[in-house]
Design a protein around this ligand. Structure first.
Ligand SMILES: *Cc1c(COP(=O)(O)O)cnc(C)c1O
Length: 358
């Protein structure tokens, strides 16, 4: 086994619904821990998937032709600017595998999505972590840590778990000073939920910055986390470098079929984003009312500072049948991260939290 693996703890998954039901003897459990879409996915996605039920014996199309054509038309980009992964997780894995090795270093925020660090450690690269400032990436400090051995910089935008985001002007100013042989990854898993007008349009930026790749996923707003499909968009040369390490059949036939149809239903996405905004407001009002600190969020989750132990608040909500994410597991012990649910779910969690805190 590689030496560096000894320092890694296996991913600590959020609690599974069935497990908690049994433990607590509860009838109904609501999981609002992993930022899944509370409204499920588009019925079109399910229909698309059903169409390929008869083809399960056949390997998926390794080029994802149909989905690729749809994404390329949707974004007005060429087909060789897209790479698909078994979730964004696998795109992160591919970037790490293609670019990181012992002797090189990689820069990321702290707190951020844990898969960047995990993959970098596995590939033996040095990890340089830069604490968030008010929940936001400290791009100046990140830039100051770049040296001749820096290969990849990870930006999580909006950032999980804080929900804060990098403004377009900040991003371009940053990219202007990053050497062109340093890859900059913009993880945009929550893109469809973003409402800020000064959020970067990465699609336009990849023209000017050939070292920029941005990733999107069908797991969050598209409501297809179970299917595991995400994609990266960048200039063709960068995409080719990742294609070299991609497994040939990494995106399943079911996922490709569902994603291709889901993309057609932008009305569903818009509706989910609108409901998410309403849910965000419920939580903002609650935090205001209770004097709790929380970060403004561009995602479908909110990180709330509960004042005391996040783990205790998590356990309390769990006892009421609501699974959220304990801050302890995220490196933010005073908080909990809650996935914004439907109105009833939000009301229920807010009312339980109110009882817990008063
Ligand atoms: C959920 C999440 C992902 C994972 O997406 P998959 O496509 O399901 O692998 C990636 N990045 C961030 C920041 C996330 O929160």
């Amino acid at each position: 086994m590689k030496e560096q693996l000894k320092t890694l703890k296996p991913y600590q998954p959020g609690k599974q619904v069935e497990e908690v039901k049994k433990e607590l003897g509860l009838e109904k459990i609501e999981k609002l821990a992993s930022n899944e879409n509370p409204f499920g996915c588009s019925p079109k996605a399910i229909k698309g998937m059903q169409k390929v039920f008869g083809e399960l014996a056949i390997y998926p199309d390794g080029y994802a032709t149909v989905l690729r054509k749809k994404i390329s038309a949707h974004f007005h980009i060429s087909e060789d600017q897209i790479i698909f992964g078994n979730g964004t997780d696998e795109i992160i894995h591919m970037i790490s595998r293609a670019y990181l090795e012992p002797g090189l270093n990689t820069i990321m925020a702290d707190l951020t999505f844990p898969q960047y660090k995990r993959n970098a450690v596995i590939d033996g690269a040095e990890v340089r972590e830069v604490p968030l400032v008010h929940g936001r990436h400290d791009l100046d400090t990140m830039r100051s840590l770049i040296d001749e051995n820096t290969k990849v910089i990870w930006l999580c935008n909006p950032n999980n778990p804080s929900g804060e985001y990098i403004r377009e002007s900040e991003l371009t100013a940053f990219l202007d000073t990053v050497p062109s042989d340093v890859l900059v990854v913009s993880d945009e898993a929550y893109y469809e939920y973003v409402t800020a007008e000064d959020y970067p349009q990465s699609l336009n930026l990849i023209q000017s910055y050939p070292n920029l790749i941005f990733t999107r996923t069908f797991s969050k707003a598209y409501g297809m986390a179970a299917l595991r499909i995400g994609y990266g968009i960048a200039n063709p040369e960068l995409i080719r470098s990742l294609e070299a390490v991609r497994e040939p059949f990494n995106a399943s036939r079911l996922a490709q079929a569902a994603a291709a149809e889901a993309l057609e239903d932008q009305e569903f996405i818009a509706k989910c984003a609108e409901k998410n905004n309403e849910g965000k407001q419920q939580y903002y009002d609650f935090c205001d009312d209770m004097g709790l600190a929380c970060y403004p969020t561009q995602g479908n989750f909110i990180l709330i500072d509960v004042g005391g132990s996040g783990e205790e608040a998590f356990k309390y909500l769990l006892s009421k049948g609501y699974i959220v994410r304990s801050g302890a597991a995220l490196g933010y012990p005073k908080g909990i991260r809650i996935t914004i649910g439907n109105k009833e779910q939000n009301d229920a969690i807010i009312s339980h939290l109110r009882n817990y805190l008063t």
